[in-house]
Ligand binder design. Structure first.
Ligand code: BG6
Length: 461
């Protein structure tokens, strides 16, 4: 039976904890500008920070952040934002901050409170909000990572649950806000041509790559305590994998969607160090904030299996890393060879490939075999390519869509606690540096050792 839709009221104010921080600067202010531009920012925005700025300084900071992403912002929209923004300053560990905030929000019925702060503060801030009664009527948005392993995620959930019901908690994995990632669902379930092929009978392997061509970029102190497995594999890569592997949901309600993703996570065995290659780029130890003998990985590759009827025997290879040859986010589906090779050797070793490009310039490529020119009946690969921005127009940024969803109270683009705990279970055996660490050079594709995970190598298209 499909989940009943609950009527949820739009939020009347958005509160941003960490308003002077990095995430607000890079993602949230540009998202707010974009929402205002699309006429979809219909509530006040209250920043909360410990930095002692006045209104002018705060707005100047927001405008500068917006200017980095939108070089010529519309002055009318900036003036609108100026009128909507305010700042509450105080110490997160003191009651006074929460009392001041409660006072600012006294006429608001449905605040959305976004914790864009380090996870270590989540518990205390939530308690502070509870003391002034705000958790009784707010929705709370928490940034990833949700915990740093299974036990800490359970503890954090217990702390949140003491003061908030699950339907008021919105856990961010910003990949779920990416239109390109959502397109995986549309591609699979709005077209009937793929479903007959989407299983172990026709698919040989699936490869998921999230590569960045830059290092830790000033985030060394944070990143060194986290590493690539916790930063990207446990969340972004497993979420993408779930969308590729899940069964069609009964409908698009967040409950039915999450139920299907959960079944995928439950079918994945916990990772073992033998199936994981960790790497660290040469030069990482000299980055500011990184411990001199750190064994934190800046690269992880792993082989996973979804042990269910559809995917039995199909390896899912996933990899992510910093300071690699290029920035890319993609999934390559490698189909099986035809049962009998009719044509010349050229076809052997060239299975059909389907690539989802999920990063910038997202789209889909399909590699097919075509007849080579000339007398012989030999084949060569050709590529069919769709670039979605050219075909369909401009995409919206993930954070804009996530803020709108939180304001609307729609859970569809957020993660549910049972799934989060399952993903921690999957990585639990490899997050404390159990697998060997291999060095790699900046600008490479990571340690050579990672090539050994995949019998046909990491595919290109
Ligand atoms: C974040 C990670 O969650 O995702 C960063 O903490 C990473 O390390 C970022 O750079 C990548 O996001 P995107 O949207 O650029 O792929």
């Amino acid at each position: 039976m499909s989940a009943r839709k609950r009527t949820v009221e739009e939020a009347d104010v958005l509160v941003l904890f960490g308003a002077t921080g990095d995430l607000a600067k890079k993602k949230l202010f540009p998202a707010l500008y974009s929402m205002a531009k699309h006429d979809s920012l219909n509530c006040d925005v209250v920043g909360v920070a410990s930095t002692k700025w006045d209104h002018e300084q705060f707005v100047a900071h927001a405008v500068e952040a917006i200017g980095k992403v939108f070089p010529n912002p519309d002055p009318k929209i900036i003036a609108e934002l100026d009128a909507e923004l305010s700042l509450v300053v105080g110490d997160y560990s003191q009651d006074k901050l929460y009392e001041d905030l409660a006072d600012v929000l006294k006429d608001k019925k449905n605040p959305v409170i976004y914790l864009a702060i380090p996870p270590a503060f989540f518990g205390n801030v939530t308690k502070g909000l509870a003391r002034v009664g705000l958790t009784e009527r707010c929705r709370l948005v928490v940034e990833k990572p949700f915990g740093r392993d299974l036990q800490s995620a359970i503890r954090l959930q217990d702390e949140l649950e003491e003061v908030l019901s699950e339907d008021r908690i919105f856990r961010i994995d910003h990949y779920l806000g990416k239109e390109s990632v959502e397109d995986i669902l549309v591609f699979r379930f709005a077209n009937s041509i793929w479903e007959p092929l989407w299983n172990h009978r026709y698919i040989n392997s699936i490869q998921i790559t999230m590569a960045e061509d830059f290092g830790v970029e000033g985030r060394g102190a944070f990143y060194d305590g986290v590493g690539a497995t916790r930063d990207v594999l446990q969340n972004h890569l497993l979420q993408v994998l779930a969308l590729i592997a899940m069964e069609p949901p009964a409908d698009l309600s967040s409950q039915n969607m999450e139920d299907e993703k959960l079944k995928v996570f439950r079918a994945i065995a916990a990772l073992h160090p033998e199936n994981v290659v960790r790497g660290q780029y040469v030069g990482y130890l000299e980055e500011a904030g990184v411990a001199p003998e750190s064994t934190t990985e800046t690269y992880t590759a792993a082989t996973l299996h979804v042990d269910n009827w559809r995917w039995a025997g199909v390896p899912f290879y996933v990899r992510t890393g910093k300071a690699l040859a290029e920035s890319t986010l993609e999934v390559i589906v490698e189909f099986k060879q035809p049962p009998r090779m009719l044509f010349a050797e050229s076809q052997a070793g060239s299975p059909n490939l389907l690539r989802f490009r999920l990063g910038k310039r997202d789209g889909v490529d399909i590699e097919l075999q075509a007849k080579s020119p000339g007398d012989s009946l030999s084949t060569e690969p050709v590529k069919l390519t769709v670039e979605f921005s050219a075909a369909l127009g401009e995409r919206q940024e993930a954070y804009e869509r996530l803020l709108r969803a939180a304001i609307a109270g729609d859970h569809m683009r957020f993660t549910r606690i049972d799934s989060v705990l399952e993903t921690w279970r999957i990585v639990e055996g490899v997050i404390n540096n159990e697998a060997r660490l291999f060095p790699y050079f900046k600008g490479s594709w990571g340690p050579d050792r990672a090539e050994e995970l995949t019998p046909n190598g990491w595919l290109e298209l």
